[in-house]
Design a protein around this ligand. Structure first.
Ligand code: FAD
Length: 472
């Protein structure tokens, strides 16, 4: 009611309107169903209301109302996150930010863009391309995802082979963030001060605008090559990613028969005259137009055969929509039992680790899908292997095996920030939360360190206790 009084559009369960209830249900979900663990845990959780912010002032009004009533607020961009990050665990308000969709400044001299957090990545890049610039990186959900959602909930994607992931210094130049204090403040963060809020799942501030650096747009070309072995396909992708004179924006590897079974359908990643076979290990590389010759030679040097070369702008489907978690999406379209893992194969041991995984797992249980990423300057793999584990216990065994064999897991089967990637408290994030969200209303239940701290220090003093205690 307070948010409505401030002029913000709100759908509330209390109104008991069928259309509003349907929207509240829809906007309380993200893509958590890619994990069977999260599908079981998060299904059916819903907000009490959805508030639709159109301006920074709307965000301030909603957050102030929520703080005054001690009600949870969960930020939402497009809801394409995979880990239930945008699912309200304890009811309260989902704050839809898709209305903050203005490009505030496109600086074609410097190559930077400042845009509202709800701006679609596709809209932003369509605008920057007209000035000769493109995003340095974007998730494979470029079409639908928001800039704020990517910065708050994503990590890396297409372009990370050239520029590294979002955690690299300089990947995000500035953020404008609304705090959840009794009188919310609007903070301008720049330089390394952005880091506590990047990939924090909206637990310590609501991002209203983001500034990112751009790269000069290139005429990209997609090259598909087939190999008799996975190791050769992986070696080619690493060679392509490391070739000093050939910029490659992305390089992905698919263990046989992934491409044949799940990817090489309409539209195909192969040439019509050379459809894939179930024995093909396939690599897909996006390189600068002038680099096609060297890329073709690298494929041949590694025992491969180039099966398709196409200008990216003529491709019936963008290359990145076959990569990253879109590979999982295509597999799940054919087989709903498909799930996945996320791990890192460090540059110096990448090929050895690819072989180790292949030796360990039967292809009926795990098929490797690898994306080349520049880690601090060196090219290694992000693995998004496809999995068909017989039970949840077996799924956890597979994850544990990777950890034990030197491949850190970024667990996509948990909604908890620390368990997903860092595995330890990020004290900068926690400290920022203590100042920006002292009442803990922002996305409660997602930052473990905060909940543990509250449980020990406040339950005795505050009869309401933490959200986790009072709502569960
Ligand atoms: P949402 O899902 O709405 O939100 C993500 C998180 O950020 C939530 O915790 C939410 O509370 C928080 N949040 C959203 N907006 C704000 C804000 N303004 N202020 C504070 N917090 C906010 N991710 C990658 O990193 N790389 C990939 O290549 C990739 N590929 C994917 C492919 C598929 C098929 C799917 C389903 C997911 C993929 N993802 C990937 C995950 C996801 O699509 C991206 O991270 C995307 O950028 C999230 O944007 P969104 O607008 O949908 O955010």
């Amino acid at each position: 009611a307070k948010a409505r009084d401030a002029g913000v559009k709100v759908f509330a369960r209390a109104d008991d309107d069928a259309n509003q209830l349907r929207m509240i249900r829809k906007l309380s979900r993200d893509a958590f169903e890619y994990s069977p663990v999260l599908a079981k845990k998060l299904e059916g959780l819903e907000a009490d209301a959805v508030a639709f912010a159109k301006t920074q002032d709307d965000v301030v009004s909603v957050v102030a109302a929520a703080v005054s009533e001690n009600v949870p607020v969960v930020a939402r961009g497009a809801g394409t996150g995979n880990y239930g990050q945008a699912v309200p665990l304890f009811g309260g308000i989902v704050l839809d930010l898709s209305g903050l969709d203005q490009i505030e400044k496109l600086d074609a001299e410097r190559g930077t863009v400042l845009a509202g957090a709800g701006s679609l990545l596709s809209t932003i890049e369509d605008a920057t391309r007209q000035q000769g610039w493109e995003l340095r990186q974007h998730p494979s959900t470029r079409r639908n995802a928001t800039l704020g959602g990517f910065v708050a909930g994503g990590s890396t994607g297409h372009g990370a082979l050239l520029h590294g992931g979002l955690s690299e210094d300089g990947a995000v130049l500035g953020l404008r963030v609304v705090t959840a204090e009794a009188t919310p403040r609007v903070l301008e963060l720049r330089g390394r001060d952005v880091f506590p809020v990047v990939h924090a799942y909206g637990t310590n501030g609501i991002i209203v605008a983001v500034e990112v650096p751009l790269a000069r747009a290139q005429p990209w070309v997609d090259v598909t090559a087939c190999f008799p072995s996975l190791k050769e396909a992986a070696a080619f992708a690493l060679d392509a990613g490391n070739a000093p004179s050939v910029p490659c924006r992305g390089a992905a590897v698919y263990q046989a028969p992934l491409a044949f079974k799940f990817l090489d359908k309409e539209p195909s990643i192969m040439h019509a005259d050379r459809p894939s076979t179930d024995g093909d290990h396939v690599a897909l590389v996006q390189c600068a137009a002038a680099g096609v010759g060297p890329i073709r030679r690298l494929a041949e040097d590694n025992g491969g055969e180039v099966s398709r070369v196409i200008n990216a702008e003529d491709a019936p489907r963008p290359m990145y929509e076959f990569g990253w978690n879109h590979t999982t999406l295509h597999c799940r379209r054919k087989d709903k039992s498909t799930t996945y893992l996320q791990s890192v194969l460090e540059p110096d041991k990448a090929l050895e680790l690819v072989q180790k995984v292949q030796d360990e797992f039967d292809s009926s249980e795990l098929l490797q899908h690898l994306e080349c990423v520049r880690f601090g300057g060196k090219v290694g793999f992000a693995s998004l292997a496809l999995l068909w584990p017989s039970t949840h216990e077996r799924l956890h065994e597979i994850l544990a095996w990777h950890e034990a064999n030197g491949m850190p897991i970024f667990n996509p089967h948990t909604e908890v920030l620390e368990d997903g990637g860092m595995k330890q408290t990020d004290f900068a994030q926690l400290g920022f939360k203590a100042r920006a969200d002292p009442g803990g209303v922002l996305n409660p239940g997602k930052m473990r360190a905060w909940d543990e701290q509250r449980a020990t220090t406040e339950e005795a003093a505050d009869p309401r206790g933490s959200f986790a205690a009072s709502y569960r």
